[in-house]
Design a protein around this ligand. Structure first.
Ligand code: VGL
Ligand code: ZN
Length: 214
């Protein structure tokens, strides 16, 4: 039986704490909201998926949990580098809420990540390394593959962290992977160059929203 290639949009972490005034506000993050809203409203893709960073209080990624450390310090955690963040996206708080600009009713799936107290999770596909040296899957690759999705498009926050890791995860799982550059905002624009380089190295195609005719 013939099957047509399907596409999915993954809208990453568009939450109060990553927007202006939030605990971990990304650079000019409000500038992407209208574009993401319009793209989601168009329902152009076969599947629309969102992620929501959803940490317990006292999460291991919070600088507040590490004596003598401050936000944006890097430590070694289970043998891998871990950036320490300000307390953010604590489950059930206003900071963790999805921004109401986007019509979340139009999502097929909303995936929460970073729920384990001792493990961070940037990618929508896999948690970061845990105590056992594993990266547990979220099940998203299986979900998309069962639906015969071949093309994955990523937007959201933060371009240099969770969007990038999600795009890398998508590519590793064999999807044709696109990062819509102007529908993402970074923690810091200082990372723009390295983000572009990493996309190129990993075979992630950087595009702009104008490239999508919807
Ligand atoms: C993120 C840092 C910590 C993100 C989440 O959504 O990019 N960044 N937690
Ligand atoms: Zn987080």
């Amino acid at each position: 039986m013939m099957s047509l290639a399907k596409s999915a949009l993954i809208v990453v972490d568009i939450q109060t704490d990553f927007l202006p005034g939030g605990a971990l506000a990304c650079y000019q993050a409000d500038s992407i909201l209208k574009g993401v809203k319009d793209l989601v409203d168009a329902q152009y893709f076969d599947y629309h998926i969102a992620t929501q960073d959803w940490h317990p209080a006292h999460h291991i990624s919070f600088a507040s949990q590490h004596e003598g450390k401050k936000a944006f310090d890097t430590i070694s955690l289970y043998g891998h580098p871990q950036v320490l963040w300000p307390d953010h996206c604590i489950k059930g708080t206003v900071g963790a809420a999805l921004d109401p600009t986007i019509n979340w009713d139009n999502m097929d799936l909303i995936l929460r990540k970073g729920c384990h107290p001792q493990v961070d999770s940037y990618s929508a596909f896999q948690e970061n390394f845990n105590q056992k040296g594993e990266r547990p899957t979220t099940g998203l690759a299986g979900y998309l593959k069962e639906k015969e999705v071949k093309n994955v498009y990523t937007v959201g926050l933060a371009r240099d962290v969770c969007v990038l890791w999600t795009a890398q995860g998508a590519k590793e799982q064999g999807f044709n992977t696109f990062l819509i550059w102007d529908l993402c905002a970074p923690v810091t624009p200082d990372h723009d160059e390295i983000t572009r380089q990493l996309c190129q190295e990993h075979g992630i195609q950087i595009i702009h929203v104008a490239d999508i005719r919807y």
